[in-house]
Ligand binder design. Sequence first.
Ligand SMILES: *Cc1c(COP(=O)(O)O)cnc(C)c1O
Length: 353
Amino acid sequence: MVKQRERVEQLPTYIQGKSIPGAIKLSSNENPYPPLESVAQVVRDQAGSIQLYPDMGAVAIRARIAERFEVRPEEVAVGAGSVEVANQLISAAAGEGDEVVFAWRSFEAYPILVQIAGATPVAVPLTADDRHDLPAMAAAITERTRLVLVCNPNNPTGAGVSTAELDEFMKAVPSDVLVVVDEAYVHFNNDPESADGIDFFRRYENVAVLHTFSKAYGLAGLRIGYAIAREQVADNLRKVAVPFGVSALAQQAAIASLDAEAELDERVQVLVAERARMTEELRRLGWPVLDSLGNFVWIRTGERTSEIDVALRESAVIARAYGTDGIRISVGSPEMNDRFLAAIAPVAPISAD
Ligand SMILES: *Cc1c(COP(=O)(O)O)cnc(C)c1O
């Protein structure tokens, strides 16, 4: 046996949403729609140049993102998916002996990335109604804390963080601790009270925002996401990034997607309407479902989680089960969602108490 880092030997492996032939996959929060023709065409055109390295500075896409959000290109850093950008943010801020605070349950990659960086994860339990407990998160900050991750809306529970709550939280956070607002699902978030990460970035020096092209824009397979952060931080993200990590296909498809934002938003609105339909139908069947602001719904199934997961699977519907916490079901096309609703209809619901 060769010597490996002890921490790495002990890490859990990130688990991908399962897929089974013939079953419908509602386990990875993927966009059910194929790429827009305008985006697919750009990818086909770009395929003729894959013998070349991409632009390492990602100049064109960073300029396009900067224009879109009225920030400077220097304040934009890209990565191979926002997971890679989260990795950059963590490794730029925290190492051995440092702490990174996040809510739990939240995005599964957080504790893994923190441990890879050699830092200490500080997981703060969600409230009883599955929301971020921001006062408890503020109380968990010590002189060792370098970074706080706020997932809005939270994956997998779908709960949002309001502007008032985040302002209150920011007042308690030291100005030299970076707060990263992960807005992977921002396009699906239709709560007017919800905190707007970009607005917080403008108002607080120590806020960075994480966005992805994987969910609303349907580019999960191409791997591109970005952070908007102060230039000091964004420069460091570029330093720790894997060189040439974002392909030219991804950079060009991202530009084409921003150019087609209105068309993509029509699809997002279909998914938002489907989310409401699934939520309503689940409640009608007797399931206690909280409002979700993402492209998924969350059922707190507790001890019955694995039983219900198996029942869905037997009806060829793959959802994502989380231990003894709950089940997350991605919002698919109307047909896929009908299949999910038909699969769950015969299952006895959890009592809402
Ligand atoms: C899906 C997701 C991401 C990012 O996905 P990428 O494909 O790496 O861009 C980031 N954060 C959260 C909370 C997510 O659910």
